[in-house]
Design a protein around this ligand. Structure first.
Ligand code: AMP
Length: 974
């Protein structure tokens, strides 16, 4: 009966192994897999559901069917055995496979035929056995086929119903048939799980699928996570929405679902998902599971370097360090190349340090210089340094640094020593008003840098009255050339604004650039003078009288104290303007009762142990002069000249000897010989002065005859004039100014020396006793000083004119071998020395002015300095050469012969014109008689070997002179 409607076997064979399921399902009951009688209860026992056994592939297969379509009131139940519910599985699925036959196939007889059946479920905590009570079951669903079977081909339906909220230990399913023709081929009860899984390197356990369930995971071995990783198990058994991620520990890398140790030679330093990396540059090979690779010997990582970074060697010294002077003020460019070993680091920087060394000790430059960029962490390979002093030697040390420098104990560095090589004068940065009066302004100015000690700059000051409102521009400036960076300007109008500008001049006279214009105002005349002029005038008269009296008293006192040879400067009316405003008047040491006090006051005492004499360089009146060295605190050893007092001196001689020091000690000027100090507390007294490498000027010029240009000679004269101006400003009269008393240093700077008091004239071989007593160097001395001992700065100006002549004539003796008597006579007859050969006319004109009979109209030293400066500034002004008469300038006037016959030989002639160095050249050329000499032409002289232009001219002029018949002049008349 049960098989009436179906050929189940055919159905089962056709489908073969059917309905294979995914492993995500946990099966609680599988009707088909049981393979034996199921032991399900049927009710009613006989008439309802019946079991059918079929053998498929040798195995029995059991199905249930029922087909009571003919009779109504069918209520056939089929109950499963007790199905154990697994804990957690509160929701199960029931999958049914069934076939339902079409009621129509049974004809009209089957009125009550149904095409559905019902699924019921009853929960129970224990197997109730056969105690089957319908009332305990609740309906789960009506099961209806999707396809009804009509013919022989069975239409198998599969229907899955899910039952939730199960709570008891187990349950029964029941199928109620109410008159259908149905075969239940399979009933499978299962619940779904999300299988154990590894996601995001976390392990999640197998989880029964329910409605969305959150599951916590655990990181796999050698992995950690910041937060507990989570995932959701869906009702369908799918893992969804993972949250969080575990990462492999250092030394481990991620592979699929686990963390694997790094291989040898690889490393991983952090907790990450990254792979292990090959050990970086300059490291030792690592072992398995390395978290970092150690540096090779000699290579390092900085503390801030990550362990992933390569190791590097500390940088070596920067290379090719050079210092270049830059244009502008005190600036220098230091540049270098990167070191050979940079360590390939991105943090390579350089530091620059500066020190000043003086031979014995070094000190840091500190705030005295300025780096234009931070010298501590330079990335560039150059730096500009400014505010450098041009007279100092700087040592710059450049070090390369990187993050690993600290591991290098040696710290390689490069060093360069630099000094600014300035020829440009410094800039005048500002002008300051020191003091203002109604008619005077005292100004000083600052320089952009300190000039080197050996270079004496001068200043050109220009000023003019500022135009009043409405007035047209007042463009006429007064120009003053100054030796100091301060000045007092007098003769100004009260209560008036003046405009000033200053520029520095190099020793050669090259101007720098002008400062900006500064305005200063003279003070108005004092009130009482305006209100009550008569009282003011009276007051002024009384004041002036008092001052005059005081000056007079001082002069008288001084004159008394001075010996008959005492010098004075202040009484000369010609120089009164200068002398009323001296820098700081020179004090005659003889005004002190005890000359030792003057020495103490003006002179530094030197420890004799600090001095060492090396070589005798000259002999003075009191003893030998040595070149030697003196130890100083700041500058190490300096070369000095040491004048000694010969043994057996008297106290008077000692005082006279030291008096030169107490005069010299009062002076400070680049063109006045500088006194270092004296040794008095030792039995051999010594005077120590700066050392002048080229000795006395007259000798120097003779030795370098014709080798210097008029411009160079003028530069020397300018120095001497500046020194003399300084002395005259100090109211000091030299009395013995001559080239032999000027010293020359290695820079060809000239400095006035010889300041002895008594010895000035005693000491000088040129000193001649005059009829009035006392010795006078006649050829250098102004007529009024010879005649009545009127020694003033104006007589020094005369002597300066003679020095000019000496210089331009390369040390020629003034008035040659004329006797003193002849010289005085010639001067009194208004004859003057003629221009030396090749002497620029402008210079000769200045000499002639110095030799004006009336001392009041001779130029002052200030004027001379100004004139020389102007000439130096426009060298073209030196092009016009003064007329030169060889008859008087070369030959001795008293021996001029006209035809050369007074010379017995060529040698004698050459000696007389001081060209004896050419004796052999003339002899070699076969010129042995004066007749041959007279026949020489220019080219012949050159061919003989005379090349220097000065020598050439001297010889040519001499020959010209020899040829001249009328040669009886003495000196030029003015
Ligand atoms: P004085 O006694 O000053 O005339 O010096 C005698 C000689 O010593 C001079 O003619 C120079 O040759 C030499 N002399 C003096 N002082 C110095 C010095 N400061 N530097 C170099 N040589 C000097």
């Amino acid at each position: 009966m049960a098989l009436r409607g179906f050929n189940l076997f055919a159905f089962l064979v056709v489908n073969g192994v059917f309905l294979s399921r995914q492993s995500k399902e946990e099966v609680l009951l599988d009707m088909r897999s049981l393979g034996s009688e199921l032991g399900w209860l049927t009710l009613p026992y006989e008439n309802g559901w019946e079991i059918v056994q079929t053998v498929v592939n040798g195995s029995p297969l059991y199905t249930y069917s029922v087909c009571n379509v003919d009779s109504s009131d069918q209520d056939n139940w089929l109950r499963t055995t007790f199905i154990q519910r697994r804990s957690g599985a509160s929701r199960v699925s029931v999958e049914l496979q069934f076939v339902v036959r079409d009621c129509n196939t049974f004809g009209s007889s089957s009125v009550a035929c149904k095409e559905t059946f019902n699924l019921f479920l009853a929960e129970a905590d224990a197997d109730v056995g056969t105690n089957f009570r319908k009332g305990q079951f609740r309906k789960v669903a009506t099961i209806a086929p999707d396809e009804i079977t009509q013919g022989n081909v069975l239409k198998v339906n599969t229907e899955t119903k899910t039952v939730g909220s199960l709570s008891k230990k187990g349950f029964y399913l029941a199928f109620q048939d109410m008159g259908a023709c149905v075969a239940l081929l399979s009933a499978r009860v299962y619940y779904k799980t999300c299988p154990s899984t590894v996601q995001s390197l976390a392990v999640f356990p197998e989880t029964v699928a329910d409605s969305l369930r959150e599951v916590e995971g655990v990181c796999v071995e050698n992995a950690i996570g910041q937060a507990t990783p989570r995932i959701y198990c869906s009702a369908e058994g799918d893992w969804v929405v993972p949250v969080g991620q575990c990462q492999c520990l250092p030394g481990y890398e991620t592979t699929a679902d686990s963390c694997q140790e790094c291989k040898p030679g690889y490393f991983k330093s952090s907790v990450s998902l990254a792979s292990c990396q090959v050990c970086p540059r300059n490291t030792k090979p690592s072992s398995a599971g390395a978290t970092e690779c150690q540096c090779e010997d000699g290579f390092f990582r900085s503390p801030s370097d990550p362990p992933t970074s390569p190791c590097s060697a500390p940088p070596s010294a920067p290379r090719d360090l050079t210092a270049t002077t830059l244009s502008g003020e005190g600036r220098l460019l230091l540049s270098w190349s990167p070191p050979l070993v940079t360590g390939h680091r991105p943090d390579l920087t350089y530091s620059v340090a500066c020190s000043i060394c003086d031979g014995t000790a070094c000190s840091t430059c500190g705030e005295r210089i300025r780096f234009e960029t931070d010298p501590a962490e330079l990335r560039e390979t150059n730096i500009i340094i400014s505010d450098l002093d041009s007279h100092l030697n700087y040592t710059f040390t450049v070090e390369a640094h990187s993050g690993v420098s600290q591991f290098d104990p040696e710290r390689a560095s490069a060093t360069v020593t630099a000094a600014l090589d300035y020829t440009d004068p410094p800039k005048v940065t500002s002008i300051h008003l020191e003091k203002s009066g109604p008619t005077s302004l005292s100004l000083s100015w600052s320089l952009s840098r300190r000039p080197p000690a050996h270079i004496s700059h001068r200043y050109e000051l220009m000023y003019r009255r500022k135009e009043a409102e409405g007035e047209r521009d007042v463009t006429t400036y007064t120009v003053r050339i100054l030796d100091k960076s301060f000045v007092q300007i007098t003769d100004l109008t009260p209560d008036t604004t003046y405009i000033f500008k200053v520029q520095a001049l190099s020793p050669e006279g090259t101007p720098g650039s002008f400062s900006t214009e500064h305005e200063f105002h003279t003070s108005p005349l004092a009130e009482p003078q305006i209100q009550n002029s008569s009282t003011a005038v009276l007051g002024a008269v009384v004041g002036v009288a008092v001052i005059l009296l005081a000056v007079l008293a001082f002069v008288v006192l001084r004159r008394r104290r001075l010996s008959s040879r005492g010098r004075r400067g202040a009484e000369d009316p010609y120089f009164s303007t200068d002398q009323l405003k001296p820098l700081q008047a020179y004090v005659d040491p003889h005004t002190y009762e005890d000359p030792n006090i003057a020495i103490q006051k003006f002179v530094t005492e030197i420890d004799p142990n600090a001095i060492a004499k090396h070589k005798v360089i000259g002999v003075g009146e009191f003893g030998e002069v040595f070149r030697g060295v003196m130890k100083t605190q700041g500058k190490g050893e300096v070369t000095v000249a040491i004048k000694t007092l010969k043994p057996g001196y008297s106290e008077k001689q000692r005082q006279d000897f030291l008096s030169e020091a107490s005069i010299m000690g009062q002076f400070s000027h680049p063109n006045i010989i500088h006194l270092e100090g004296v040794v008095t507390k030792f039995k051999h007294a010594m005077i120590v002065t700066e050392y002048m490498e080229n000795g006395a000027l007259d000798t120097y010029l003779k030795d370098h005859d014709g080798e210097m240009s008029p411009y160079q000679l003028l530069g020397m004269l300018r120095g001497i004039a500046a020194g003399m101006k300084y002395l005259s400003d100090m109211s000091y009269v030299h009395r013995d100014l001559a080239a032999r008393n000027v010293l020359v240093n290695s820079n060809l700077e000239c400095k006035v020396s010889d300041f002895g008091l008594s010895r000035v004239l005693e000491d000088d071989a040129e000193g001649t006793y005059t009829t009035r007593g006392g010795k006078i160097p006649i050829r250098w001395t102004a007529p009024e000083a010879i005649a009545y001992r009127k020694f003033t700065s104006a007589s020094d100006v005369w002597s300066f004119g003679i020095v000019m002549w000496e210089v331009m004539a390369f040390g020629e003796r003034p008035y040659w071998d004329m006797s003193n008597h002849e010289v005085m006579k010639a001067i009194n007859e208004a004859f003057r020395l003629p221009a030396p050969m090749d002497c620029p006319s402008a210079i000769y004109q200045l000499m002639l002015q110095c030799w004006q009979q009336d001392r009041a109209i001779r130029p002052r030293f200030a004027d001379i300095v100004n004139i020389l400066d102007k000439l130096l500034r426009s060298p073209e002004s030196l092009k016009t050469i003064a007329d030169f008469d060889p008859r008087v300038s070369i030959r001795l006037p008293s021996t001029s012969g006209g035809d050369g016959t007074m010379f017995r030989s060529v040698t004698e002639w050459l000696e007389s014109i001081k060209m004896s160095q050419y004796k052999e050249s003339f002899a070699r050329a076969g010129i042995t008689t004066m007749e041959q000499v007279l026949a020489l032409r220019h080219e012949d002289i050159r061919n003989i070997g005379v090349r220097l232009p000065g020598h050439m001219k001297r010889i040519a002029y001499s020959i010209l002179g020899l040829k001249d018949e009328s040669s009886s002049l003495s000196v030029f008349a003015v």
